[in-house]
Design a protein around this ligand. Sequence first.
Ligand SMILES: [Zn+2]
Length: 424
Amino acid sequence: MMTMKHSSTALLLLTCLVMGTGQAEPVVDDGAPRFPTLPMTLTTAETSDTAKRSLADASPEVLADELVGQLLQPVPAPQAEPLSLLGATLAPGGFMRIDWSPDVAIAGLNQPTPVLAVNGREPGPTLCLTAAIHGDELNGIEIVRRVVYDIDPEELSGRVIGVPIVNIQGFERGSRYLPDRRDLNRNFPGSPDGSLAARLAYSLFENIIRHCDMLVDIHTGSLNRTNLPQLRADLNIPAVAAFTRGFDNMTVIHSTGGAGMLRTAAVDAGIVAVTMEAGESLRIQQRSIADGVHSILALMENEGMIARLMVMSKPRPVYAQSAWIRVSRGGILFSKVELGDEVLQGQLLGHVVDPITNDQHPVTSTRDGRIIGMAVDQVVMAGFAAYHIGFQPETNERPSQQPSAVIETFIAPDTVEQDGDYPL
Ligand SMILES: [Zn+2]
């Protein structure tokens, strides 16, 4: 691929400057083709002293044409560079599976974490995909696998680095947390001499994340809650807001993110980053996985990394705010609504049924909006956050007094994102 650097405005200015030296003859437009009038092969070597002397002796028209020729000179297309990652080197057009060893385990029991990398034949941005930072969030693992193995390195412009199971210790125990009971996603960018979580975070951030131009950190709901496929992103940052528009069929929820989250630390380091939420923990959900894969491939196409002529969906809503609706009574929750449903203020969302007294407590929506996350049917205690409603700014004002069965936790804009964690 060849690129041609050419600016007609610059040419005009140059011509005017040359013609304005006082020695100039009027330009006669004889209808002859003006570009290019000189062979487009003037190289750097030819602009040496000899070339400079001949330019100095030349008439203004020749000089102008010479400069035009230089500006029209074909510039070699940038070439893809080898990718150096974790001590390995990957040539353009290649794929590799390498190990990341954060050196936090007992040395003899050290279990490296697999990293997948694709270096495209053509240059371009580096997209990183991380999943299972919470070890029980499985959908993202499969999303990363499908995206990475779907890519033909020969057809890729840029690089993709995937870490399918960041928290491999949590994954093996079916746990969200690290062995020290800390949440890894509250410890970025980490520290080389901090806690286990801080050291792990530091190693991931320094050895892998700093290679990224763009990052999608994939999560799911937690504690038997499920999330509509969605992005959480700080829309106050223009580059991040623009990035979210590259994903297809994804609801976007504005949130600045909390301290210690990978997304927040990456953005602070100048990396465009979002959190993707898809489905619920401890499950493999085909629909959520397919949605996530499609959306990331659409992003790659929109970023110029692949060309597939994908069919894009209608843009999804962007929600500036969201709120959790809690149940006020314990019992068994039975929902009447589904993920993605549009709901109206006062609409019945479900019931909490007391299995002993047979009382049925309705749970209604506190506002107009959309169900972006919700609890699966289960036994709940009073105060359990059951429905996450995204809503538009024009309905921001707090609703009037609601039925006593409903308590709302308002998630104001620019507040801490919970990345599927139990809401405050
Ligand atoms: Zn998570």
